[in-house]
Design a protein around this ligand. Structure first.
Ligand SMILES: *[C@@H]1O[C@H](CO)[C@@H](O)[C@H](O)[C@H]1NC(C)=O
Ligand SMILES: *[C@@H]1O[C@H](CO)[C@@H](O)[C@H](O)[C@H]1NC(C)=O
Ligand SMILES: *[C@@H]1O[C@H](CO)[C@@H](O)[C@H](O)[C@H]1NC(C)=O
Ligand SMILES: *[C@@H]1O[C@H](CO)[C@@H](O)[C@H](O)[C@H]1NC(C)=O
Ligand SMILES: *[C@@H]1O[C@H](CO)[C@@H](O)[C@H](O)[C@H]1NC(C)=O
Ligand SMILES: *[C@@H]1O[C@H](CO)[C@@H](O)[C@H](O)[C@H]1NC(C)=O
Ligand SMILES: *[C@@H]1O[C@H](CO)[C@@H](O)[C@H](O)[C@H]1NC(C)=O
Ligand SMILES: *[C@@H]1O[C@H](CO)[C@@H](O)[C@H](O)[C@H]1NC(C)=O
Ligand SMILES: *[C@@H]1O[C@H](CO)[C@@H](O)[C@H](O)[C@H]1NC(C)=O
Length: 392
């Protein structure tokens, strides 16, 4: 039954493609736009590659990381998951294994000398070209069919992701269905931000960006390779991980030596799964209750408010960048500037709406209903809206 539904969707897609939108440009990118906002997407990883917002100086800034053209994404060896949808299971899986109903499954490892699986494995969803299902002037939908056994995961998964722009707003909807067997599913949007488009003459970094996570008084405790160890930790007020009690610059605590190790062994900064705790204030509608995160930069005046139905929020302050990733032509300073046209360490911040990471290996967290899906279950869904505004 489900297979037939997928097959007919697929046929519909082929008919629709080429008529609804204008298709890819010479760089292989699909444009969508609305008032005050425009964006490019590519089939590789169903990724966002460019996002323009007009800043307080009246200049359009391209505020997400990416490459100049779609074909380079497959060529680049670093593969930082730029703007992609990690899947079928985002973040890390401890020891590359998990149990479902008493069966142990092993998935392909791809990180830390093969101690764990990151973002769905060596050929996870963000290494593959998705199919464009539809493309209109303000919306694009991608789909993927992930075969049984791919990367070691059980069962076929069918997924589609729709990105829509409305005035000053980016909407994300992800749906995934397990068609044949019970399997873990957790998705996210792995978008790297620099709200100054690397064009702030005073700094190419995000350490002066201000972050607020008003519902995130707790975080997932991890070991030195960022694998959850079962603990949920308090983000003490005024502590290194306190972004909840008041907004704070990402770099506010970088002079504190205790920040070394906060994002894994030898890493200074953040690569942290913050919990989003809203239910204690009564029933909530995620579209109204929020934002779960606010990020802003004084230089461009651009502010993002993130609303989502997800109950965790990963923040990565790009400690792993080292100047080897080249900026897009649309970013950085051109002309006489001596600044290298690269992403430096702490030059970006990744914000990922998601569920509690590696909960499939922490049964006492009781999140199976949100992370394990089988035939006949309601599908996995993720929704988020990023609302942009500009402060003069
Ligand atoms: C594609 O983009 C890459 C990286 O942004 C760049 O090095 C390359 O020259 C581009 N290729 C073409 C054909 O534009
Ligand atoms: C994905 O599509 C790009 C063009 O957009 C192409 O250059 C590349 O070879 C494709 N990669 C795969 C893995 O199919
Ligand atoms: C990790 O998985 C391997 C099999 O791939 C297994 O032999 C080993 O016991 C597991 N280690 C832990 C700590 O669970
Ligand atoms: C990974 O596993 C190997 C053994 O397979 C071990 O030697 C190593 O210390 C582990 N940890 C890391 C971070 O590589
Ligand atoms: C960043 O913020 C710090 C303190 O909040 C300040 O000392 C520094 O001058 C700022 N740097 C830039 C480039 O705005
Ligand atoms: C888990 O990791 C956290 C953060 O590194 C640490 O504080 C805690 O002691 C660890 N707990 C266990 C049981 O390993
Ligand atoms: C972190 O930075 C904030 C803002 O500057 C400050 O109030 C707080 O004391 C700092 N916390 C630590 C642990 O350094
Ligand atoms: C930690 O970083 C320092 C400096 O970058 C390096 O010399 C050292 O080898 C690193 N240690 C580990 C365990 O990665
Ligand atoms: C910089 O980071 C990239 C990607 O992680 C890595 O391949 C490269 O070896 C690093 N270069 C240096 C000089 O550390």
């Amino acid at each position: 039954m489900k297979f037939l539904a997928v097959a007919s969707l697929f046929a519909g897609a082929l008919a629709q493609y080429g008529t609804a939108g204008s298709g890819p440009d010479k760089n292989g990118k699909y444009l969508i736009e609305s008032e005050g906002i425009k964006a490019n997407f590519i089939p590789y990883g169903a990724s966002i590659s460019n996002l323009w917002i007009e800043d307080k100086h009246g200049i359009e800034r391209d505020i997400v990381l990416g490459f100049d053209n779609a074909s380079y994404y497959t060529i680049d060896k670093q593969h930082p998951h730029l703007g992609a949808v990690p899947g079928r299971y985002a973040n890390r899986i401890k020891n590359s294994s998990f149990d479902i109903d008493g069966t142990t499954y092993h998935v392909l490892p791809n990180e830390n000398n093969n101690n764990d699986t990151l973002h769905g494995g060596p050929d996870g969803w963000d290494w593959r070209n998705w199919t464009v299902l539809s493309h209109t002037s303000n919306s694009i939908t991608f789909q993927i069919i992930d075969p049984d056994g791919k990367e070691g995961f059980p069962g076929v998964v069918y997924s589609w992701v729709t990105y829509t722009l409305t005035p000053y707003t980016w909407h994300i909807k992800m749906v995934a269905e397990a068609l044949t067997k019970k399997t873990p599913i957790m998705l996210s949007s792995h978008t790297y931000w620099n709200l100054d488009a690397f064009q702030n003459p005073d700094t190419p970094l995000v350490l002066n960006h201000t972050l607020h996570l008003p519902y995130s008084g707790q975080r997932v405790g991890c070991d030195g390779i960022l694998i959850p160890n079962g603990t949920i930790l308090p983000n003490e007020k005024y502590g290194l991980n306190d972004f909840w009690s008041q907004p704070k610059q990402i770099g506010a605590n970088f002079s504190n030596p205790d920040l070394l190790g906060n994002c894994g062994t030898n890493c200074t900064g953040y690569d942290t799964c913050y919990l989003v705790n809203r239910a204690q204030n009564g029933p909530y509608d995620w579209r109204e209750k929020g934002p779960v995160a606010t990020l802003s930069s004084d230089f461009s005046g651009i502010e993002i408010n993130v609303f989502t139905d997800q109950e965790a929020f990963q923040v990565y302050s790009c400690g792993g960048q080292n100047g080897t990733l080249t900026l897009k032509e649309t970013q950085g300073l051109h002309g006489d500037s001596k600044r290298p046209r690269v992403v430096e360490q702490y030059g970006c911040v990744v914000m990922e709406v998601e569920d509690w990471i590696d909960a499939i290996n922490q049964p006492e967290w009781q999140r199976d209903k949100r992370q394990i899906f089988g035939p006949g279950d309601d599908p996995y869904t993720l929704q988020a809206t990023y609302e942009f505004s500009v402060k003069k």
